[in-house]
Design a protein around this ligand. Structure first.
Ligand SMILES: Cc1cc2nc3c(=O)[nH]c(=O)nc-3n(C[C@H](O)[C@H](O)[C@H](O)COP(=O)(O)O)c2cc1C
Length: 443
């Protein structure tokens, strides 16, 4: 998140002061992550809010979400190597728009763009786009499948070499290398070509963050990185093994998909300092705000009648209807640890449903190495609880230990996000089958 992974992280003394919307804030974060040789910065995004009980709760719960592509372009200008991964919804945007914006980011960053494909979760997002209700889960994923197929065709609509920019002849393009898309589908009709030439990475890196059975199938078909969230090493191991099985159905190798669980590191010079920091952060979350967050993640249930020190009551049938991986993870956490409502609320507010590691830099490095060695992860989304301080600590204290132990790079392998992640450049469909090339309707 743009203010860090802990819901009250923005209140911490080492969080930026009231500076969550300016270019310098984001550029400094990008530079710090690049100093730590991170593959990329990753911005989650939502185009709306969960409902809350009253303005006072909203005031304490919500921080700004600037358009990720604008923020990433700003970071691109201040960095050289770091990848720039932004979230865009397939439910509340159009493929021409998204394909064009990510292709543009890939060009201006020299091949560093990644698209976190989400299908969105909130009713309010529907209302912001003129719809009465949020699309059903299965319909969202059907639309997402077609959306990504259209985006791929658009990125392929310019072949390599289509820009000749010949000042003498006066030909800017080679039309033989530009194709229409002529997509006529259930959800979209797109003529093409894109207005942006083939990009340095061919396609931006495709990232996915949805965990239901349908979401996993979508990822197995489309994703090159999965941003996932696991409370324990065991669930992460099982998820990764299962995804590898699903990849085989699409004739894909395990190396073509990097699975990256979210980890929230709470770092201290000693364990007791880390525990103090965790307590200090958690004490910054007002109880009613944590419960409001929990209500939203459970599908907008009403917990006002329930005892905060008692167990989570059985949810109403409508809240349990349909697939919703976030809700299911919260319910699993509640059952596995038998947490009272107030504690469950604090836990999800402090790090959603992912894994929080409280300890020294050594403890954190060891846990990450263990997860990697046990096949639980190909990498991690490091969700610093507060920014910039939490990220600076990770870069200054944890990265050197990972490097000493031979578990992290000492320099970037390449200049593009694909090269640094070890992902192949996708072939252009029109190269593979020139007969599929079509004349744009405008000629
Ligand atoms: C780890 C994780 C991160 C997510 N990040 C976002 C996000 O930034 N924006 C968003 O709209 N949805 C986000 N989602 C929601 C999913 O993209 C998806 O739309 C939703 O979870 C429903 O699909 P699912 O049931 O397959 O998970 C995230 C989900 C997970 C599991």
């Amino acid at each position: 998140m743009q203010t860090g992974g802990h819901i009250a992280g923005w209140r911490h003394a080492r969080a930026a002061d009231n500076a969550l919307c300016d270019a310098e804030y984001f550029q400094a974060l990008g530079r710090t992550a690049e100093k730590g040789l991170f593959d990329g910065v990753f911005l989650a995004d939502y185009v709306g809010y969960h409902p809350v009980k009253g303005a006072a709760v909203f005031a304490g719960l919500e921080t700004p979400k600037l358009d990720p592509l604008v923020v990433l372009a700003t970071i691109a200008a201040a960095t050289r190597n770091i990848g720039l991964i932004g979230t865009a919804s397939t439910t509340y945007s159009h493929p021409y728009d998204v394909a064009r914006r990510f292709a543009s980011l890939d060009h201006v960053s020299g091949g560093r763009a990644g698209w976190n494909i989400v299908t969105s979760t909130m009713e309010n997002e529907a209302h912001n786009y003129g719809f009465e209700a949020h699309l059903a889960h299965a319909d969202r994923y059907a639309r997402a499948d077609e959306f990504v197929a259209v985006a791929r065709k658009l990125w392929d609509s310019w072949q390599a070499g289509a820009v000749v920019a010949d000042k003498v002849s006066g030909a800017y393009t080679d039309p033989a290398r530009i194709s229409a898309v002529d997509h006529q589908g259930e959800h979209f009709r797109v003529a093409g070509p894109l207005t942006v030439p083939r990009t340095p990475q061919g396609h931006p890196v495709l990232v996915q963050a949805g965990a239901s059975a349908t979401g996993q199938q979508f990822a197995a078909a489309n994703a090159e990185v999965i941003f996932t969230s696991h409370p324990t090493i065991f669930t992460a191991q099982a998820f990764r093994a299962d995804m590898h099985t699903q990849l085989a159905q699409f004739s894909r190798s395990p190396e073509s998909l990097k699975i990256m669980p979210a980890v929230t590191p709470v770092i201290g010079r000693t364990r007791s300092e880390a525990e103090d920091l965790k307590r200090e952060l958690d004490d910054l979350i007002p109880a009613r705000i944590a419960i409001s967050k929990l209500e939203g993640l459970l599908g907008n249930v009403d917990l006002s009648g329930a005892d905060p020190d008692g167990p989570l009551p059985a949810l109403p049938a409508e809240a349990l209807a349909g697939e919703n991986s976030t809700r299911d993870r919260v319910l699993e956490l509640s059952e596995r640890e038998m947490l009272p409502i107030a504690e469950l609320a604090r836990r999800v507010a402090a790090g959603r449903t992912g894994h929080t590691i409280v300890g020294t830099a050594e403890d954190i490095a060891e846990t990450l190495i263990e997860w990697e060695n046990c096949g639980a992860a190909d990498g991690f989304v490091i969700s610093a609880p507060f920014l910039p301080g939490g990220l600076e600590d990770f870069v200054d204290m944890v990265v050197p230990i990972l490097q000493e132990r031979g578990h992290f790079r000492r320099e970037y392998e390449g200049t593009t996000l694909r090269e640094n992640l070890g992902l192949a450049v996708p072939p252009n469909g029109f190269d593979a089958d020139p007969t599929s090339r079509r004349r744009p309707e405008i000629w």
